[in-house]
Ligand binder design. Sequence first.
Ligand SMILES: CC(=O)SCCNC(=O)CCNC(=O)[C@H](O)C(C)(C)COP(=O)(O)OP(=O)(O)OC[C@H]1O[C@@H](n2cnc3c(N)ncnc32)[C@H](O)[C@@H]1OP(=O)(O)O
Ligand SMILES: O=CC(=O)O
Ligand SMILES: [Mg+2]
Length: 502
Amino acid sequence: MRVLGENHEQILTSDALEFVAKLHRAHAARRDELIARRRQRGTLDFLPETADVRAGDWQVAEAPEPLRDRRVEITGPTERKMAINALNSGAKVWLADLEDANTPHWDNVIQGQVNLYDAARETIEYTSPEGKHYALKGGPYPTVVVRPRGWHLDERHLEIDGKPAVGALVDFGLHFFHNASLGRPYYYLPKMEHHLEARLWNDVFTLAQQELGVPHGTIRATVLIETIPAAFQMDEILHELRDHASGLNAGRWDYLFSIIKYFRDAGADFVLPDRNSVTMTAPFMRAYTELLVQTCHKRGAFAMGGMAAFIPNRRDPEVTENALKKVREDKSREAGDGFDGSWVAHPDLVPVCREIFDGVLGDRPNQLGKQRPEVSVTAADLLNIKALGGKATRAGVESAVDVGVRYLVSWLSGNGAAAIHNLMEDAATAEISRSQLWQWINNKVVLEDGTQVTAELVRDVLARTRAELSGPHADVAAELFEQVTLSDDFVDFLTLPAYERI
Ligand SMILES: CC(=O)SCCNC(=O)CCNC(=O)[C@H](O)C(C)(C)COP(=O)(O)OP(=O)(O)OC[C@H]1O[C@@H](n2cnc3c(N)ncnc32)[C@H](O)[C@@H]1OP(=O)(O)O
Ligand SMILES: O=CC(=O)O
Ligand SMILES: [Mg+2]
């Protein structure tokens, strides 16, 4: 194992590095096979070979006390100030994000681990460049649930047997190694596309616990169902992880990205309209969330709601009022459907989410008991994209370019989440922007005003957006955006070429 970035001795101890290397050597080859397998795109349906898992009578392990009440989860990067703010936010869970909201700059990766280390020990403090001091206010604090990178990303600053380490194993391995002894090794697992990927995580957990003498089943994981193939394998994913599973989360933004990606060249029936016209009430999105709640509660697992992108602005009451209204609507729908809790992107949204779930839960910590036997979701329901209707517009093209490039500027500068035009943007929402344009170009979509979407049109809009931007990252952001939007072959993840540029 070689450390190619700056060596941070607190986190990269020789024992910690050896532990990560052990996880890597045991599992990297299978990771590679599973990533290669993702390239097969066939007809999607519930798998015949796992019908017995779906029909079987089994439950996931009972929730440990710190994860029994998850009514409000705040998400955010592991940057030090935001970590303290998240811990002081009054949420039940802090999703400490090393994924969609994080640029995997080496410094972010390692400083994130330092912050998680200090957060777990409740010793985290920070003084801002302006001299404002941040400290923990007095508990109870949210349970920390860490989201490592997805299986597709490498960590090139650590080299094992001459190859870059698997990013997911670096994030998980370092966190588990340093914090498992404190008793709450809890994780969110992103972007999986197959239950065999969940089996791989389960094997990683089993080995990690054995190595450190931690009882089997201490780790708990909540899996994001945020790809279209995974929507057909919710039972199977929970079953693979059943000793370690805590629940499933409806990660709507990556889910939309995955739908566009999977069906990018499948013709008009699968072309999505402007991003802002695809809401959670679209029939195919309702099918997805209804199936998720039903599956989770049948298996004793938590059903977690997703992220409404509207964020408040402390300097603009009108923006804040709109965000609170939209978030209220979103959380009310989720709570009514049976979700056990949901995500918010900002501390000022914690109270509204809590109020909505308090109203539904009463004195219960969750609504695991709410079974949904009346829900009946078919493969056709999950894939009924065309029922949505909706238009692709010139404003949609302009907004996709504008948001995508501005987000990349932020990402390249080290901020993986940004407020752009009063919406939270992160890697998942940026993926929608660029994949949507790819889909429109390659399906020769004609906009509402009669113009066909072409590479030339996108280049033209991109040039105008570039002209509005300044700063050290604008050129690279524009180049990257062009690459992932206009390349003939679809680039699997925006963050793969972007990682080459940091
Ligand atoms: C699709 C998905 O995966 S969603 C999950 C991944 N995405 C995320 O986690 C995004 C989380 N949210 C954020 O990162 C931020 O809210 C942003 C970037 C969208 C906006 O951040 P800002 O522009 O700093 O917002 P704003 O200025 O209103 O923040 C006010 C205060 O709240 C803090 N704050 C804002 N959001 C958060 C958060 N999610 N966690 C902790 N603190 C936060 C800010 O640090 C700031 O603190 P300060 O007053 O002490 O300086
Ligand atoms: O990670 C969440 C999502 O919506 O994507
Ligand atoms: Mg996501």
